[in-house]
Design a protein around this ligand. Structure first.
Ligand code: AMP
Length: 191
């Protein structure tokens, strides 16, 4: 894990995987190690909900049900965030894009340079539900969890094919200790 920062600085990364795969945890540690911003639409939305902004009031019920908030909301948030100066030195997107329309909007925002790699975190379905229910977040009711998995399979998982076609996908086994999974990610990124 030496020189992770030097090797991965400046990369534009995306972490993709089903809810409960540990994307948020891995994204947090990886971004700390590399020194790039962690751009999580889920975190941004939860912040709006907590501050009771107009956007937060619109998103709250949708999030509690496990559905996706409208594309234009998250696209606008990400566009604004990627435009900030710290993102010029690379970033890691977590939880965005989740739909084909979001992926196409991201292409437009990034232009010719595009993403450098898409980390796909793989965890078996049984393990996911167990992990999410242990996490105990307010949108983690059993019904919402089941819905989030359905939405993931129908809307987000097809993006793996989309990025496979571009040769960007780096898959890792998401089962194991945080450090183990992190080492696998760093390994597939070539650092
Ligand atoms: P997460 O923290 O990534 O699991 O996101 C929590 C919730 O926020 C999701 O279940 C969605 O309701 C909403 N959300 C987060 N990111 C997106 C996105 N890219 N598109 C639509 N909804 C999102």
């Amino acid at each position: 894990m030496s020189n992770v920062e030097a090797t991965l600085m400046g990369r534009r990364l995306l972490i993709l995987g089903p809810p409960g795969a540990g994307k948020g945890t891995q994204a947090t540690v990886l971004c700390r190690a590399i020194g790039i911003p962690h751009i999580s639409t889920g975190e941004m939305l939860r912040d709006h909900v907590a501050r009771e902004t107009a956007l937060g009031r619109r998103a709250r019920e949708i999030m509690e049900s496990g559905d996706l908030v409208p594309d234009e909301i998250v696209i606008g948030m990400v566009e604004e965030r990627i435009g900030q100066p710290d993102a010029a030195c690379g970033f890691l997107l977590d939880g965005f894009p989740r739909t084909r329309a979001q992926a196409e909007a991201l292409d437009e925002v990034l232009g010719d340079e595009g993403l450098d790699a898409v980390i796909v975190v793989e965890v078996a379905e049984d393990e996911l539900v167990e992990r999410i229910l242990k996490r105990g977040r307010s949108d983690d009711t059993e019904e919402a969890v089941r819905n989030r998995l359905t939405v993931y399979h129908s809307q987000t998982a097809p993006l793996i094919e989309f990025y496979l076609g571009r040769g960007l996908v780096r898959s890792v086994d998401g089962v194991g200790a945080i450090e183990e999974v992190l080492a696998r990610i760093v390994g597939v990124l070539g650092a």
